[in-house]
Ligand binder design. Sequence first.
Ligand SMILES: *[C@@H]1O[C@H](CO)[C@@H](O)[C@H](O)[C@H]1NC(C)=O
Ligand SMILES: *[C@@H]1O[C@H](CO)[C@@H](O)[C@H](O)[C@H]1NC(C)=O
Ligand SMILES: *[C@@H]1O[C@H](CO)[C@@H](O)[C@H](O)[C@H]1NC(C)=O
Ligand SMILES: *[C@@H]1O[C@H](CO)[C@@H](O)[C@H](O)[C@H]1NC(C)=O
Ligand SMILES: *[C@@H]1O[C@H](CO)[C@@H](O)[C@H](O)[C@H]1NC(C)=O
Length: 500
Amino acid sequence: MASKQKMGYKCRIATVFLLLLASIAALVAVAVIQDAWKAEEYGMEYGIVIDSGSSRSNIFVYQWPGDKQNETGIVTELKNCRVDGSPISEIKVDPKKDAKTLDGFRKCMKEVKEMIPSEKHRTTPLFLGATAGMRLLHEKDEQKSNEVLESLREYLGSLPFMFQNASIISGQEEGLYGWITVNYLMGNLFHGNLWNKYLHPEGAETVGSMDLGGASTQIAFAIPEAQSGPDYMYVKLYGYDYFVYTHSYLCYGKNEAEKRVLDKIVQSSSNPSYIENPCYPQGFNVTLKASTIYDTECTTKPKNYNPDQDLFLVGTPDSEVCGDIVKSIFDFKTCSSSHCGFNGVEQPPVRGDFLAYAGYFYIARAVLNEGLTDFSDFNASINTFCHTEWTLLKKQKDWISERYLRTYCFAAHYVFTLLADGYKFDEETWKNINFTQQVKSTNIGWSLGYMLSMSNMLPSEVKVIPPMTNPLFAGLIFLFSALTIVTVVAVFIFLIRACY
Ligand SMILES: *[C@@H]1O[C@H](CO)[C@@H](O)[C@H](O)[C@H]1NC(C)=O
Ligand SMILES: *[C@@H]1O[C@H](CO)[C@@H](O)[C@H](O)[C@H]1NC(C)=O
Ligand SMILES: *[C@@H]1O[C@H](CO)[C@@H](O)[C@H](O)[C@H]1NC(C)=O
Ligand SMILES: *[C@@H]1O[C@H](CO)[C@@H](O)[C@H](O)[C@H]1NC(C)=O
Ligand SMILES: *[C@@H]1O[C@H](CO)[C@@H](O)[C@H](O)[C@H]1NC(C)=O
């Protein structure tokens, strides 16, 4: 009788254990299935930004994991399509060229459409931001610039994407968005922990951002405390405060600065059909139309200006003279505050590491041999570069097209002067400059930061995302957890009873 009762207990205990194992197995299964489903359910999200600069437009396609539970998944660049034809600041001038530019847009957009799954088209935001080229056109001819933007809005609105707007972004926005892009990609702004809470990375310093475009150049870096002035901005990102200094110098992009230098050279010569250019290499010559130098708001048209006049320029290289002419387009004297950049613009002393991208990267790569980044090495390589004969230079740098190569003696002096005399980098702080084009395979520029800001992907407050969002998942977990607890309690009771 007693042994029979013991047997009964053992059976019941075994049954309860079985139930316990089963419910644990079910818990694990639910969790695993939830994880597997989620990957299918969310997939990727996409965003498109058209960067309409003074030289051309580029269409960037970004992608990120749509899973809201994984916001540590960073936005990456899926595609960068160069639009053939003219920059948008030059459309509505010549219908033939406009047709070519529109074709360029269509060609890129066709590729973009194929790249993004069609069910995602309607929810993919599309932005167009125009920078210094359009800022200059807006100054010169506001009506024309409005017409250009209106016709682009019409075209972009006809695409299957969620078109947001086409507008000119200010120089300060451009600087700030570049700074956001750099620091977002480098992971300096936040990281997500296990519970998907945004945290400020411990001890993370932000890096400064330096962009050299065709028509303007931007510098942006964080400073320790708030200051007042038009170039000081305050931003709150992921619950953390930043004070950012940023300035954009219009007409100090590489192409406009070169026009100002060519203007100085042309003005100092008496014979337009034989102008000696100390910034061109030995053995190089070119005929330029006067309009290539003067058809811009950045240079002053000479008396008796004739846009069609031919100017013949010959390379008579003299690095020192070239450097002096480059310096002459800056004003380093005027300054009404304690620290300045140039042209009387207030700027606190540079601090921390910097990424120098866009034009900086191309020029540094062309002039430096094997990534020399030292201050005096940079200075020395400029002289070597400027005094290399044209045919030899073409051979040495056969990966650079001649159109750019001929400008790089000027450009190297320009970059060195801008950084050393303009922003006041010295032998020590120069070491903190990293000339680069990409971070994590994504091109650095203002466009990513712009998209993140415009689509509210940069929370200003710390956001806590509950790890369980699916009610079914939560329900099942609750059910099986309850079952597990009940069986554990039952086992406990049976065991205690079995002891008496
Ligand atoms: C989040 O997404 C990124 C990018 O897709 C992926 O590499 C990472 O493993 C994901 N992390 C988690 C915890 O799912
Ligand atoms: C687009 O941008 C322009 C200029 O910034 C602005 O005036 C206009 O209201 C914007 N349109 C929309 C729909 O946001
Ligand atoms: C200009 O360059 C061409 C080669 O590109 C050369 O044949 C010609 O002699 C040069 N002219 C002058 C005046 O240097
Ligand atoms: C750069 O090098 C030149 C000589 O090649 C020298 O005259 C000049 O002072 C140097 N600049 C700086 C800032 O060191
Ligand atoms: C410069 O940046 C690139 C890209 O982020 C990185 O791989 C490299 O290590 C950096 N170099 C220095 C000296 O910081």
